[in-house]
Each structure stands twice: as C-alpha cells, then as structure tokens.
Design a protein around this ligand. Structure first.
Ligand code: FUC
Length: 790
C-alpha cells in the first residue's frame, strides 16, 4: 500500500507535436487534419490570464498564445468571440535530433523539451507564472555558446476580410524587446504583447520583426500580454462600442510585468511559480489501484483504447483535470471558458464562451471536492459583474409576461441564458429554459457548503439565491393545482413534426421544443427555492417571501415517472422518447440528481427511474455529456457504470495530449471528470459524508488524500479489496462530522493528539462526532485493527 501518494504525473512523448499548420493561414478555419496538430498534440500551460500551447519542435518551435480578454466580433454578430492572440516562433533549425523527449509535468506545471543534435544536448523549460503574470521559456545547452535561434512573434489573422474580425498591428523591435500592439476593430479592443529576450553569453541582433540570438549559453524569453478589457457591470450593460475604454492602451501594464520579471530573474520567478502552483496542486493525492507507467502518453492511451485499461491513465487524467483548472481559472482572471483559456482559432468554436446550459457549470463541478475552491473565485467575480444586466433581463421578462407582478425600482430577480462570453450575457430564451439560472446558483450554494465562507454566504450566495427565487416566484404560472415554468425548454432537445401532432408544445424555427414545466426548469426552481430556504434558516432570516416560496415549492411537482420507468423529461410525455431525440446528449431532466440533490437515496423510486433513464439514453455521446452521465451514475452509487463512462471518455473522446473532445476540443469534460472521479470516492450531499459510494472493481485497492466534503472536512482514506481500512478527517471549520460507511460503527476514532474520541452511532452504518476547528481525527476500521493485531 502506497501511503505516500505523492506521485510524478507527466504527459510526455518522444517526438515533437506535428505542426502542419505552422503557417497559421492554414489553421484559421476549423477543420481537420490541421486542427489535429494543435488540438490533439500540443501541450497547454496557463496562468489564468494567458494560455500557451507548446509543440516542442526542433525546426521551428510554435508557442501559440491566447489571452481570454482578446475578442473579435466572432461567430454571433454583435456579441464577441475569443480569438488567437499571438504565434511565437523560435527558429532553431536543428536537424538529426536524437534522445528527444517533451513532457508536461503536472506536479510543477512546467513543460520541458530535451534532445541532442550534432553532439549537443539542448534543454527547454516553459511555464506560465500566475504571480508574475508572465510566460517564461528557458533555453540551455550542455555546451557553451551552443544556442542560436531566431525569436519571431507574429500576430495572426491580420488579413481577414470580415470587418468585425479585423485587427491592426504594429511591431517594434528595440534591442532585446519585441512589442506587438494594435486594435481589434470590433469593440474596439486595444492589445499589446511584449517578448523579452535575455541571453547569457553570445550576441543579439534584430530586424524589424525578430531577434536573432547567436552562440549564447542560455536564453530566457519572457512574454506578457494585456488589453483594455476591465471586468465590471459596464461590460454587460453597455453597447459593444461602449464596453471598453478606447483611449486606454495596456502598454504601461505590460511593460511593468516585463520589468518586474526581469528584476526578479528566472530563478525567483520559477520559485514563486512553484510555491503558488504547488500550494493548490499538492493538496490532493490519489492512488487508483495503479502503478506509474513508463510509456509515452500516446502509447498508454492507444493501449487503453485497445482494451488495456491501465488505471494509471485514469489517475493521470484526474490530476490533469485539476492542473487544467488551476491553469485556466485564477482569482482576478476571467473564469475558465469553453476551451479553458486555449484557442488557436481566429473564430473560436462557440465563441470560447460561457455556456450556461451545462458547460461552464461543469467546469467548476470538481473545484470544491478536489480542493480547488479558490479557482471558483474568478466565476464569482464574473457573476457579480454580469448581475446588473441579468437583473435587467429578469425585470423585462416579468414586465412582458406578468405586468401585474413587476416591482418597479425593486428586485425582480435575475436570469442568465445560455451563450455568454467575456463581453456578453444573454437572457434565457429559445432552446434552454430559465433553469439555467438555478443551474448557476447551484455553484454558489455548493461553494458555500464546501467552504463554509460566512462572508460569501451573506454577501453573495444568499442575496443571489433569494433574488433568483423572486424571479422564479413571479414567473411561475398556475396550471390547476400546480405552478409551472412557462415557457419552458429542456436544453437543446428537439421535436419531430410527428411528435408535435400529439403534443401541446410548439417548435421554434430551429426545431427546438418549447413547452410548459419541463423537468429541467421545474427541478432547478425547486433546487433554488430549497437552497434559499436552507440558507435563510442558517442566517436566521425572517421574510414573508420565504413563506411564499415554501408554499410554491409544494406545487412544483418536479419529478414524474413515466410508463417506461423513466424520469420524464416533459410532463406531457408518457413513454420514454415520446418527445425529442432518445439519444440526446443533454440529460437535463437528470439535473435534479446531479448537480441537484432532489433525487437522492431517500426516494429509491426516483433513483431507480433515473438509472432506467440513463440506460434508455445510452452512453455513447459527446465528451461533456459522457461526464454528466458519469456524475449521475456516481450519485446513483453505480460504480461500475460510472467507471465504464470514464473509460468511454478515455477510449473515444480523448486525444494524445489528454484533451477531451466534443469534438472539437472543449475543456468541460476535462474539468468535469474531476467531479466524476471525486464523486465516486466521496459524497456529501445527503447529510452524511459517504466514503467510496461508487467504487468500481478496477479501483479495488487505493487511497486518496485531500478530497473535500461539504462542511469543509478534508478527507483522506485508504482501502484494500474494496474495504476502507482507515480514514483521516481534518475539520477546517470544526463542527459535527457525520460519516457513513458499512461497519463504521465499530471504528476506533482517535484525535491527532492520541486521545480517543467518543462518537454517537446513528442508523445505517453512520457515526457522528464533534470536531474542533483545525482538528484532525484518525479512524481505524475493523480490517485495519485486525491487521494491526495479526
Ligand atoms: C451546449 C451543448 C453543445 C456545445 C455547446 C458549447 O450548447 O449542447 O453540445 O457543447 O454548449
């Protein structure tokens, strides 16, 4: 048994990534095979603000840079969309290379490249520092004076024809510094990138767009970006041409980042980067019955896809999800978007946006349980910034549909629709109902429940949830004894003409089915009402409106079981798939199971119906949709099925750089699988902290450290042959700890100071004991006690 679960996680290959689209003109429109080079093979690093994709090439290295704030008009007129910021080429022209290796080390968030060419051994290191806001590339060789290369940054897509997608560019080379600046026509967005080339030994020379290094011993390249984007309510409230200050140029800010980095020096920047990153990454260790593999990642993946399901890959993928979340979502940066923070495209698929009918929420599902709650701070800031616009939408909707209920000058709630991005949020209309609001507020609820952050509860979570409850409360429509959401839409589900004949709903021009009271909407209204009431009780609030929503809750009737034994997606459906695509990727009617909590072990009939629904829907679908099924199977405590879905994602929707595909690449499945794995190992939504609720046979022996349960209990556990032997609970906030596990009643519980701890034994293999803030408790289960005796 490996008690020290700190392991080296690397993604690596023994050849460079292909770059058939080195000429970016070839990759500017989406389409394989050129996209494959970037999407399947390049390695991502990031510091929340900037993402960089590395190819590790020895002829001309390509470092592709994305900054989340740089947008063109994009695929949806008037709204904005993420665009590639910069291509940095490092021309080495090294031929006849041997002993080549490129790796992305997840323990240090550092990428490396090493090889030999004509008897000289070359090394490179790349990392993106969050504290320094800078991308660092360090080149060394084992022979003095051996480093010669041309540093050649380029702004991509300057020749585009679309007026809203144009960008201007000026390149200035001043000794060791290249400055590229310009304006994106649409908002207009002023941008600047600086590339600083520091050399030990040798000489520099420059032309009008590049710097050539000759015969250096070492080279350090520093790269920083900036734009005139400033997150705040004005971004969402204002018209496109009033969102940004056209007179603000990020020159001073970018210069300051570079000046500070130069002053700090490579060693110190790296030390700060490691301290910052490891503080987050090292909190969680897992051992999923695996032994580290020595195979290159593409080989490991190929073998897995051929049926050799090495659990090392499953473990690596979980830690990679945590890595990608840290790299793409940090406080003061924008939240992780649909591609995290990585896009080589002129026009990023789905605008590189924040899609609120599952994708952006999925990005953060694993943040809390995988001990990275801080990464959600960027979404909280984004939420606070868009809230005033979301309030306008809510007031408009109430005014249009329920003029008698609109409260002029008062709070009519808020609502956010599906296709948001860094510059824009939509109202809820069309193919996804207003459940998108509750889908979002569930994250706020969970952030509070996991962290216990009282100030967040008082200042953000409770006001936001109360306000969303106001919107829902005034827009529910009486139908007999019930209160139903109207109009209502189960995200992106479509109806055929034949189905429509029989059904009361109607079809939009795009073929989406619009109706009354679908499970997605009713479910999220229920969840938000319920969560609002829980928080109100915690805060001791007394507001007559709370009584109103309590009464309304009783009339929601959100969960219905149909003739096929399924959870109905629509009230009007009888047998499964009376309406809609029976294999649809969205399983929105199972949101009350995950991330919601309405369907839980207290209602076995609903659990059985949810399981049946998943059987009927089938597993084979797009990346993120596999992961939603996985989290649902975990909640149903169906470990084998949850694991099967994980294996399916790895087998069919995972690329050699371990990115996941919709296709194209979307980061949601990469990040969502963190929640999927965590949810198989630890759950806490049913009042008790449950150990190994959905453990598959493949993980029969293993351990984890540092997963978090609601109440801010940090849990470590070890198990042998599927049976937990020991558990450690660290109570970050103190309070009553409730644990559930078969046989836990006979556990021996001891405080870190060695004193035995008394506990109450509840029913069904549950125990409760008091903890103190910061206290740590060890529980030895019968198997461990026996082993010790033997
Ligand atoms: C949702 C999904 C799509 C896609 C898009 C970005 O609308 O239904 O499949 O992932 O988001």
């Amino acid at each position: 048994m490996n008690r020290d679960a700190s392991r080296l996680y690397e993604i690596w290959e023994n050849e460079p990534a292909p770059n058939r689209g080195a000429d970016y003109e070839q990759v500017k429109s989406r389409g394989y095979p050129y996209d494959e080079d970037w999407e399947y093979h390049s390695y991502p690093i990031g510091n929340g603000y900037i993402g960089a994709n590395l190819f590790g090439r020895t002829d001309s290295e390509r470092v592709q840079i994305t900054d989340k704030t740089l947008h063109i008009e994009g695929p949806y007129p008037g709204r904005g969309g993420l665009s590639n910021f910069l291509e940095l080429y490092l021309d080495f022209d090294h031929a006849d290379t041997t002993n080549y290796r490129r790796a992305l080390n997840l323990n240090t968030a550092t990428a490396t490249v090493s090889y030999e060419s004509i008897g000289i051994c070359y090394n490179r290191e790349y990392f993106a520092s969050y504290p320094g806001r800078v991308v660092v590339i360090r080149l060394t060789a084992d022979t003095t004076g051996a480093l010669s290369l041309k540093v050649r940054p380029q702004i991509p897509y300057v020749n585009t024809k679309e007026p809203g997608d144009r960008r201007s560019v000026t390149t200035v080379v001043d000794e060791d510094l290249i400055t590229l600046s310009g304006t994106m026509a649409f908002f207009p967005c002023n941008y600047e990138a600086q590339v600083k080339v520091l050399h030990g030994g040798g000489q520099l020379s420059a032309d009008h767009e590049s710097i050539t290094v000759a015969n250096a011993d070492s080279v350090t390249i520093l790269l920083a970006t900036g734009t005139n984007y400033r997150l705040g309510p004005h971004i969402f409230l204002n018209e496109p041409d009033k969102k940004l200050d056209p007179d603000f140029y990020p020159h001073e800010e970018v210069s300051a980042i570079i000046t500070q980095a130069v002053a700090k020096g490579y060693e110190k920047i790296k030390a700060d980067h490691l301290a910052d990153y490891r503080n987050l990454f090292d909190r969680v260790a897992v051992n999923l019955n695996s032994r580290p593999s020595s195979l290159p990642t593409s080989t490991l993946l190929a073998k897995y896809q051929q049926g050799q399901r090495d659990t090392w890959l499953e473990e690596l993928m979980f830690q990679y999800g945590r890595y990608l979340l840290i790299a793409s979502s940090r406080e003061k940066s924008l939240p992780a978007n649909l591609q995290g923070t990585w896009s080589q495209y002129e026009c990023t698929p789905w605008s590189g946006g924040y899609w609120h009918n599952i994708n952006v929420q999925m990005n953060y599902w694993g943040a809390m349980s995988a001990n990275l709650a801080e990464t959600f701070e960027s979404y909280i800031a984004f939420f606070n910034a868009y809230l005033p616009k979301a309030r306008e939408y809510a007031t408009d909707i109430v005014r249009q549909n329920h003029p008698d209920l609109v409260m002029e000058g008062a709070d009519n709630g808020w609502i956010v629709g599906t296709g948001a991005n860094a510059y824009y949020i939509p109202a809820s209309r069309g193919h996804s109902g207003p459940g998108t609001g509750g889908f979002t507020s569930k994250l706020l609820m969970d952030y509070y429940l996991f962290t216990g952050d009282r100030a967040f509860l008082e200042d953000v979570a409770y006001p936001a949830m109360l306000s969303l409850s106001r919107f829902y409360s005034s827009t529910l429509v009486p139908h007999g004894d019930l209160l139903l959401v109207e109009p209502s839409a189960s995200p992106e589900q479509r109806a055929t003409e034949d189905q429509l004949h029989e059904m009361p709903g109607h079809m939009t021009e795009s073929g989406h089915y619009i109706t009354v009271g679908c499970t997605f909407d009713q479910g999220f209204v229920w969840e938000n009402f319920n969560d609002t009431l829980i928080l109100a009780r915690l805060l001791g609030k007394e507001d007559p409106f709370l009584k109103t929503i309590e009464e309304q809750m009783a009339k929601l009737d959100p969960i219905l079981i149909g003739r096929s034994g399924q959870i109905k997606e629509y009230r009007e459906e009888d047998a499964y798939s009376d309406i809609g695509d029976p294999r649809h990727r969205h399983i929105s009617h199972l949101c009350p199971l995950y991330p919601g909590t309405l369907i839980n072990a207290a209602s076995p009939d609903w659990m059985a119906a949810a399981s049946k629904t998943l059987d009927l829907r089938g597993d084979r679908t797009t990346g993120w949709a596999i992961i939603h099924r996985m989290t649902c199977r975990a909640r149903l405590k169906e470990g084998e099925q949850a694991h099967g879905l994980y294996a399916l994602l790895l087998s069919e929707k995972t690329t050699p750089n371990l990115w996941t595909l919709h296709p194209p690449f979307q980061v949601d499945a990469n990040l969502g699988l963190v929640a999927g794995v965590a949810e198989m190992l630890l759950q806490s939504h049913e009042e008790y902290i449950e150990l190994l609720p959905a453990l598959p046979e493949a993980w029969a022996n293993g351990s984890f450290k540092g997963l978090v349960a609601r109440g801010n209990f940090v849990i470590d556990a070890e198990w042998i042959d599927g049976r937990v032997t020991r558990i450690t609970v660290t109570a970050r906030n103190g309070g009553k700890c409730r644990l559930a596990y078969p046989g836990i009643g006979s556990a021996y519980v001891v405080h870190a100071d060695g004193k035995p701890v008394a506990f109450e034994e509840g029913q069904n293999d549950r125990i409760i004991f008091n903890t103190t803030k910061g206290g740590s408790y060890l529980l030895l289960l019968a198997e461990e006690i026996q082993m010790r005796r033997a």
